[in-house]
Design a binder for this molecule. Sequence first.
Ligand code: ADP
Length: 544
Amino acid sequence: MQGLMQDYQLTLHNIFNRMERIYPDHTVVTGGPRPSRYTYAEVAERIRKLGTALEQKLGLGADAVVGSFCWNHVQHLELYYAVPMSGRVLHTLNIRLFPQQIEYIAGHAGDEIIFVDRSLLPLLLPLREQLPSVTKYVVIDDTPEGQEGPEIPSDGAFFDYEELIGDCEPITAFPEANENDGVTFCYTSGTTGNPKGVLYSHRSMWLHAMACTSTAGAGVKPTDTVMPVVPMFHANAWGFIHSAPMVGANLVLPASDMTPHGLSKLIVNEGVTLAAGVPTIWQGIVPLFDRYDFSKLDRILCGGSAVPAGLIKEWRKVDVLVWQAWGMTETNPVASGAIIDPRLDGKSEDELLPHRARAGTPPPGVEFRIVEPDSTNELPWDDVATGDLQVRGPWIARDYYNPDAGVELSTEDGWMSTGDVAAIDPFGSVRIADRTKDLVKSGGEWISSVDIENILMGHDKIREAAVIGIPHPKWDERPLACVVLEEGQEMTAEDVKEYLAPQIAKWWMPDAIEFIDEVPKTSVGKMSKKDLRDQFKEYQLPTA
Ligand code: ADP
């Protein structure tokens, strides 16, 4: 028997209507060099004007692909809604990719136009010849008031964003959409092969946003002021551009100023209650604890790479919860969070720390399993067995967009293999042991680089640590620990080993410790093991 409920489509239109009708006086603040402040009612009006401009002024076809090459700011938010609600697809280009990768993804997705920050023109313009599908550029001027920004070519292909929407009539009604229509492209950074295109749908965005507002997710609520530091040019700024307007939380967007001082000032001045970003961002603010008052900040959603227990502990000093989440571009991206199960009630914060330092449990809708490599044989949830972490759910990608031959995303039985090695505890909480490619293979056994890094970063004198495998004639690979010390601190390799010894198995002990100035970072600020491995390509481990 069929149910008799309405076939209501889960689309961005619903979120837009809520921002316009239910939360018109809540605000969107942009920081950085060209600050601005709008209410959701004003933003909604600007989105409607942009909807008109896309068709009438820019002449874009009904299903055109529209690129953006922008920081986090209100205009980018407007693109996030006007483009898909008008039936087109937004392609958020990652500004930190290599030029060849940008050329590849713009061509692969078929971008016809790019909205670009004026400050980023020097990055994009040299590629213009290599972007044949792109015929128009719309420049968002983020130059500080009264200063001259990078020059804009005067060849008719360039438009100014504010002039463009300024005199447009707001579109009265956006066309209806099917919830399975594509809304946004995001390409994975691709450590091997070409970047791969993930194409989110209205339905995946809506359900993901809804989950982020639930207490089993990030718990975004109407009284929050949310600051996504995580970029809108990669993985939807973890969905905050949708979850905040959905429940009327104020948004604070830092634009190009991602400095520890810039972010701290925004948090304090705007009364941010919930912020989100990769661990390195929050690590960078720790030394400023006595310079700013973080008393309004309630929690930080942190993920994208393993969140060290030491970082969670540091932020506890200013009474801020660092709340770990796990996800991938392919999972929209949030697919789990370190919710503390009621079975742990009564435990002290110190006792809870190991639980907070886990990737956590999936929100309703998403399912996890761990399997033996290259099989569908499920492993037990005993927190000991580790295997390939696989996920499924309504905001998990099924396929890549026009993938290269042989690139497949789904297993035969409909799960997505993540490439992460994980254990699951009896509470259903996931512990990421490593990325498959980052595990150190020693004598046929695996060493988790993440576990050693976490312990190292728990030391007061150590700012950052990254562990990589170095080829070894007898053991296949042995770990090398690269350590960045806090400023003005001193440690010897022996000190580091002495500190590690009681905390890890003997055979996990790194064969060598190297002190470096900085761990190289990826395009989104995560530690780049690939670059570190390149840096230590010729490294010889001590033979003794
Ligand atoms: P994004 O993080 O923006 O989605 P990627 O898709 O490139 O970018 O990265 C996804 C990968 O990041 C995951 O497969 C996992 O290895 C790593 N990752 C994300 N969150 C965590 C976390 N909380 N702990 C450990 N690793 C994580």
